[in-house]
Design a protein around this ligand. Sequence first.
Ligand code: MEV
Length: 315
Amino acid sequence: MTGEGIGFGKAIVFNEHFVVYGVPAIVSAIGKYTIAKVKTIDEPGWRLNDNRKATPNYKEEKIEQQKDSINRILKKMDIDLSKNGIEITLDGTLYCASGIGASAASCVAIARALSNHYNMDLSDEEINSIAYEGEKAYHGNPSGIDNTASTFGGLIWFEKSENNIMDRISLQNPVEIVMGNTGKVADTAAAVAGVRERREKNPEKYKEIFARAENIAYLAKDAFQNEDYQELGKLMNENHKLLQQIEVSSKELDFLVKLARDAGALGAKLTGGGLGGNIIALTPGKDLQERVANAIEKEGFQTLKTVIGATRGMR
Ligand code: MEV
């Protein structure tokens, strides 16, 4: 018998990094996903077939974190593989890169496939908390935003606290975005640790930046609710500036952000951990989306055209 499970990719639209400290953030699942399959094998332990397509070096650089992550998931689920082991196969439409939720999507997909394989019938909430445990291997101390988007899908307002706040933002119509991949694999745990160090060294400067980030989250929520994409784009641009100030951007990310804006995107910013990985550009309408994607591709970078705000991320 084979167990199967799915986890969505994601794009953080506002306030990555700030979210780790309880500042509200906005995230959306995207229309790409990872699928995990689990089957029993005759030997003890687990083995992995990772068939996901990926940015060069992505899988190699994450391999130790991935092993740790799978072990954490198995432990959290109390699965004993000392007699019969399992083979896990990863596949799906999500192209692995930094900033697109590849680690969270795999944690969610694996947790769901295991739940299915062992007839545990776990709820989405339970899957989410298992995936959070798996994410610790990649992020150190994750906020939980990525696994939440990956589990539940849709557009989500997220606040880290004792009991994380998660509110759905409903859009009448999903809106087009372009993601642009720098091709650089980045280490989220290192990026998060760097912010922590600099914040401790410059408390006054960081306090101001964090206060503005919080402000932006509320303005962005209103802009989403009014479907005011001009305003949303401006707020994304400002959010990118704050991310530059906390030093998680890079010259490749800044280059892609500028390309997207010059091609007409209403706003663009890095998305996810930064220091490499992806940007997100707001491009309502298929024509604008096409134009921005072409401008990025012409410079030799890979893009993903998708939407944010679709129910369960599936479009
Ligand atoms: C990574 O996708 C998002 C970060 O905010 C880390 C986290 O929230 O765990 C950088």
